[in-house]
Design a protein around this ligand. Sequence first.
Ligand code: ADP
Ligand code: MG
Length: 509
Amino acid sequence: MAFGNKKISPRSANDSSTPVAATPSRVAAPAFGGTSGPRPVGGFGLSNKPGTGSVVVVPTPAQASRSPASGRSSMIPSIVPDAVVSANYYEYKKQINDQLLASPEMMQRLGALDNAQAAAEIQESARQMMVDLELPLSKAEQDQMLRDLVDDILGFGPLQPLLDRDDIADIMINGPTEVFIEVGGKIEPAPNCRFTDEAHLFNIAQRIVMQRGRKVDEATPMCDTRLNDGSRVNVIVPPLTKHTTITIRKFKRDRLTLNDLVKYGAIHPDGAELLKIIGKCRLNVIVSGGTGSGKTTLLNTLTAFINNGERIVTCEDTAELQLQQPHVVTMETRPPGLEGTGEVSMQDLVRNSLRMRPTRIIIGEVRGEEMFDLLQAMNTGHEGSMGTLHANDPRLALSRMESMVIMGKPNLNVRNVREMIAESVHVIVQVNRLPDGSRRITNISEITGMEGETISMQPLMEYVTTGEDDRGRLVGHHKFSGTIKPKFFEKAAFYGEGERLQKILSSGV
Ligand SMILES: Nc1ncnc2c1ncn2[C@@H]1O[C@H](COP(=O)(O)OP(=O)(O)O)[C@@H](O)[C@H]1O
Ligand SMILES: [Mg+2]
């Protein structure tokens, strides 16, 4: 039985999730979200009791005892207001859900249908059950329940409506009743989103990771994966956390452009021009910033100014970059499979990319030993290569680079590593998420060489905060370096941008 790869329309555009099964005897050869990977073993089994949760995978007894499904009174939401539904709503929903799953004929019928038909079938049966049970639900609650049941059985449960919303950047689930979203740069509780209990939440998490042939359990309690729409997912489960915790960075179909960044005040228009020049002149660039500060977004905007004639090879954990050029090869790393084999690391990809005759190499996020390979690429004729890394200011970015190189090559002398960085990287662009939630390009610095044991840098543009407005938003401005001549001036001049570069820097905004 497989609903995998069939679409529920219109609510579950990204869903090709695992179908709900009831017991092994009821379901022949279950398919896990269309993946051909083996069924996870060890710690998980199929529930023989329809009442244990809404999907097929159940936690080990140890996990279940830590988070008893019966502890409903403690699950009354503390932070997620239930504005629409009454107190017994979730009780009733579970009741109907369990009844639906308890019917082998129903499960068999669903298996033969496409998702739209299956959704209609579920709703029809559920409606009848509501009538038979005479549940005291308002019309709005009944409608809501029909939608929720379809999401639970065919999609990712309470998560599904959030996944379907385009305005959400991140979804953060800390427990069955603690769900937060980031909308417009602000984190807020997700309205009316809660899981029945820990087992329900855990099962949804398991369903998500199974789509890619992964699993989470006590032995492998952490997992990075992604949804079919490209959204990035991190799952971490008890005993490492109190509750199953899921963090989703939603895939953005339309990445912000440099013009958008100017419009949002993330950068001054002249700063945007400076970035265009940096992108065009084949400078080696490191974009540095914290998690969610806008590194990938900025890297993507920088690639917009790459010449169409160049061959670009990108290496990413998840293909997020959206290059517009005609000649692009996109590669993705692969985590180890269920047996712990088959991993393709970032370093493997970067090394391979060097054999693919690239003009430039672009690495989504540099986290480890591949830093050395990127520096080498930058240094050996692949000018214009770029990558992002996690650091809070340009100085720290330099020490991150250094430690990442040393991590893979502990025998290298620190001074040599610094020289290598100074020779390879031309510019560091710093992005930051400021305390008021706004994201800004806070610094563009040029690496100028070595002074003694230290790498020397000069800022070309900095963001200076001057205070707060009456709504708590930071007030500040971008300031340019003045008349200093950047080290890459000759290069800019070669690309016909020398004069413009000097004009921007001396504008002193
Ligand atoms: N300057 C900006 N203004 C508003 N939103 C932004 C800005 N830069 C990025 N974003 C949004 O912030 C989220 C995280 O951006 P992303 O580039 O993926 O961050 P990172 O790569 O640093 O983790 C995305 O939803 C993105 O659209
Ligand atoms: Mg990123």
